[in-house]
Design a protein around this ligand. Structure first.
Ligand code: ATP
Ligand code: MG
Length: 853
């Protein structure tokens, strides 16, 4: 084969050389490459064979020493240039050329058999001729052959121990049409090694001015993240000179007019980077050094791609999450590779042993924290860097170990948003999720009431061990830090308020996350005129029925459905397994949504939450400054904020598990209804679990009587009590009182309780016994016995909260702080002492509620 088409499937390195082979891969990979053909390495060897004196000259080269190179090179090149391609080769070239329009000019480009290889690029060793008219192509092919013997090519081969009898193919390729600009693109940053950064260089005119170093290009560093490109850095080059095609053939050097302005628009830059991504994918993701051209109409073509050979290997771990390693070799001053046995002696022996010792035998056995890369050893320092104390320690220690590494690490901390601080939650949340998933699988696998009753016991029994193992230690750190912060700040004015403010807008709090998602549902309804009108004009119970029948206005039906799939197992008084969940009775949720859709944007929960976060940050700063211990305050506060939100998680987990089991029980209950054993599936919840089990085993003959009895107990006079003793004793003693503070006297017009959310607010009382039945007007003071998550939506409209029960971390207090409304709890009989409509002043800092009218 003397000539092959550029996109020939038969092309390989030994027939078409490195550049030709890569162009063939690109053309076949649906990349826009100017078409053409390749004069093969066979044609070159035939050329040498046909001209025997050339072979002799090549063979003599090996014996030449450096000083004689120039002369030997001149001799052999002159000899080559005097010869012509064989008739056979010329005929094949002519035939290939005849497929293109006569007016087209070509790029005639050397493609050595060792070029553009993963380990050696041979970049710029051999000649390329641009804008060659058809009739000169054969001559230029011969000149390319001759360029195999330039003094620098010979010297390069000598240096790299490569023999001189290697071959060369020549790419003959149409010039990229109407070329306006060109340049190179590195799909990884060769300076920093970052594989998610591309470096692009652009000049006006032909790329030769750039690859030959004639001109200074525009230079862009582009970050690629999640399929998007962001220009990180831009430097406009002088571009004083350009090389342009001359009509009729050849090129000329000019002084460029576009020197000051950018050659490419940002849009072009991103398009070229995206194209580079596509090219890289053709090479199994290996970073590429690409030459590109852009036409006046914006069409992009690629004229070369080869691996970047200078990059240090990337650690063999996923790119994300970002891991940072520190060179063991550098510290030891060894630039050489370390033997495997030597690596293991350090990995599993010395340093593994150290880690093993300081972690009480939990880590270090495998030395997994030490990575081998390029046969050098690196220590993973990601975890300490993502931890407040670890980071401080490392930044203090590193300058003494290796100043250069310190600079690098400091720089990384500065530019890497990805190096976020560890939340301290570690794998707690995923572990809990896995537990819930396993319960779900088991629930789906049960058959019959008996099995689900047994599963309920098992699942709920494993709940607390799980909480103790994964959540409690973290929560303890969070709460302990809050306690310490409270203790520290007790000495300063407003210290308590500031400490409480630190807990506003807490992240990772499932209840506030749920509220924010419910707000999104409300926003969807607000944005859809039909849904909004329907929600405003329809009662909650009707909306609930419509939702269950799937006939709410489309936008609302979908949005509520999505919310239900995540939170449908929650409900009013949800810790009581017997109570219906939102999924079964959506009325309370519809009630809430009805009040949510009335909320104006400035009171939107997401805005309120964001304000809370800002207030917390300010409080941390203020406390640090006033206590003159910014460092300590910031450590304690970051623990409070990262871990405090977990507080709602144990209960949420229990509710998720109970929701799964309850749904299955209702299913089983319906089967019993079909058999006539029960009147209503939910009557099951009037049975204790032993009774349920007996019922399942058909041993509970008098089940309807038992259910009636239990139902009666739920409805008798006792069950109507709203005021319950807090403490009872076997002798009948009952303690009904709430918490009272010694310093403030409870009077007729002044109620004293526990301050749990700072601030003072004056407003009118709304006593609420059942959150599903009462709507709060904007700004009213929510007055109730106690709250649970289903009450949360009322907080949006509330101006302050006063409650009978509770302490600093009970649900109502947490949510009040989240929403930044003053709250006082532990106010004895508050729902009886205050009346709807009364004007009060709630002081969440001192813990008092003053009746104003
Ligand atoms: N078909 C073409 N159309 C337009 N310009 C081209 C074409 N082929 C090559 N060029 C331009 O000519 C420049 C040099 O070509 P080529 O890649 O063959 O040689 P080089 O880059 O100097 O050396 P190397 O052999 O290391 O690649 C390229 O950067 C490119 O911009
Ligand atoms: Mg090139």
């Amino acid at each position: 084969m003397l000539v092959v088409p550029l996109d020939s499937p038969d092309s390989d390195l030994s027939t078409v050389g490195g550049k030709g082979h890569n162009l063939s891969v690109l053309s076949r990979g649906a990349i826009n490459v100017p078409p053409g053909f390749i004069v093969t390495i066979d044609a070159y060897f035939k050329f040498i064979r046909d001209n025997k004196h050339l072979a002799t000259l090549v063979n003599q080269l090996t014996s030449k020493n450096e000083d004689d190179l120039e002369e030997a090179s001149a001799l052999i090149r002159a000899a080559i240039q005097k010869c012509s391609l064989s008739n056979e080769t010329q005929a094949e070239v002519s035939e290939s050329l005849s497929k293109f329009e006569a007016s087209i000019n070509f790029a005639v480009r050397s493609s050595g058999s060792c070029e553009d290889m993963p380990d050696a690029s041979f970049a710029g060793q051999h000649d390329t001729y641009l804008n060659v008219p058809t009739e000169q192509v054969c001559q230029k092919v011969v000149e390319c052959f001759a360029s195999l013997f330039t003094p620098r090519a010979i010297a390069y081969r000598n240096r790299n121990g490569i023999s001189h009898d290697l071959g060369m193919a020549v790419v003959v390729q149409c010039m990229a049409p109407d070329q306006e600009s060109s340049g190179v693109l590195f799909t990884a940053n060769p300076l920093t090694g970052r594989r998610n950064e591309s470096v692009l260089e652009a000049i006006p005119g032909l790329g030769e001015a750039l690859v030959s170093g004639l001109t200074e290009p525009d230079r862009y560093v582009v970050l690629r993240k999640n399929g998007q490109s962001y220009i990180r850095d831009k430097r406009v080059g002088a571009k004083a000179k350009a090389i342009l095609s001359v009509s009729g053939g050849g090129v000329k050097e000019t002084v460029s007019a576009e020197a000051a302005s950018e050659v490419l628009s940002d849009h072009d830059v991103k398009a070229i980077v995206q194209l580079g991504d596509k090219v890289q994918q053709l090479y199994s993701g290996k970073p590429q050094d690409i030459e590109w051209c852009k036409s006046t109409t914006g069409e992009l073509s690629i004229v070369q791609s080869r691996p970047i050979t200078t990059l240090f290997p990337r650690p063999n771990v996923p790119m994300n999450p970002l891991q940072i390693y520190f060179s063991f070799n550098a510290v030891q001053g060894i630039s050489q590779p370390i033997y495997p046995a030597g690596q293991d002696a350090v990995r599993k022996g010395l340093l593994g042993g150290l880690l093993n010792w300081i972690t009480w035998g939990r880590h270090g056995h495998t030395g997994g924290f030490i990575l081998t890369c390029g046969e050098r050893m690196f220590l993973n320092i990601t975890n300490p860097l993502r931890n407040v104390l670890g980071r401080k320690f490392l930044l203090k220690a590193l300058p003494n170990i290796d100043a250069g590494s310190f600079d690098a690490v400091e720089q990384m901390i500065e530019d890497e948003q990805d190096l976020t601080m560890n939340t301290g939650q570690g794998n707690a949340l995923p572990s809990v999720d896995m537990f819930v998933q396993s319960v779900e699988e088991k629930v789906n696998g049960t058959d019959g009431l008996s099995e689900i009753v047994a599963l309920q016991k098992d699942a709920l029994q494993s709940f607390f061990p799980l909480v103790f193992q994964h959540l409690l230690p973290r929560l303890a750190v969070g709460m302990g830090s809050l306690g310490a912060l409270g203790h520290l700040s007790s000495s300063i004015l407003d210290g308590k308020d500031l400490t409480l403010t630190v807990t506003r807008g807490l992240p990772h709090n499932v209840t506030s996350e749920m509220d924010l998602e419910l707000w999104l549902v409300a926003k969807t309804i607000q944005d859809d005129a039909r849904s909004l009108h329907h929600f405003k004009s329809t009662d909650a119970d009707v909306l609930a029925n419509e939702y269950n029948s799937g006939i709410l206005p489309g936008a609302a039906q979908t949005a509520v459905g999505q919310f239900m799939s995540k939170y449908g197992m929650r409900g009013l008084y949800e810790i009581d397994f017997g109570r219906p969940r939102w999924r079964e009775d959506p009325t309370p949720l519809m009630n809430t949504l009805k009040s949510y859709v009335e909320i104006k944007d400035e009171h939107a929960p997401d805005k309120v939450f964001a304000k809370g976060e800002v207030a917390a940050e300010q409080a941390i700063f203020e406390l640090g400054k006033r206590l003159n211990k910014p460092w300590l305050v910031s450590i304690l506060a970051s623990r409070v904020r990262q871990l405090g939100g977990i507080r709602e998680f144990p209960k949420f987990t229990a509710i998720r598990v109970m929701g799964l089991i309850r749904a299955k029980m209702v299913e089983e209950g319906n089967k019993l209804v079909a058999k006539g054993i029960l009147d209503d599936a939910r009557d099951l919840f009037y049975l204790y679990s032993d009774e349920m089990d007996s019922l399942a085993k058909c041993e509970l003959v008098n089940c309807k009587t038992i259910i009636e009895d239990a139902n009666g107990r739920h409805r008798n006079k006792e069950s109507k009590r709203t005021h319950l003793p807090r403490v009872i004793a076997s002798d009948g003693y009952c303690f009904f009182g709430g918490s009272t503070r010694a310093t403030i006297v409870d009077t007729a017009s002044m109620l004293a309780g526990e301050p749990v959310s700072p601030g003072v607010y004056e407003g009118r009382i709304r006593v609420v016994h059942d959150p599903t039945k009462t709507k709060l007007n904007q700004g009213e003071v929510l007055c109730c016995h106690g709250t649970d998550p289903s009450w949360t939506p009322l907080f949006l409209s509330a101006g302050a909260l006063v409650m009978d029960v509770g302490g600093i971390m009970t649900h109502g207090s947490v949510v009040a702080r989240e929403y930044g409304i003053p709250a006082v709890v532990g106010l004895e009989k508050v729902t009886e002492r205050l009346k709807t409509g009364q004007l009060v002043r709630v002081d969440g800092s001192s813990g008092t509620v003053q009746i104003l009218e």
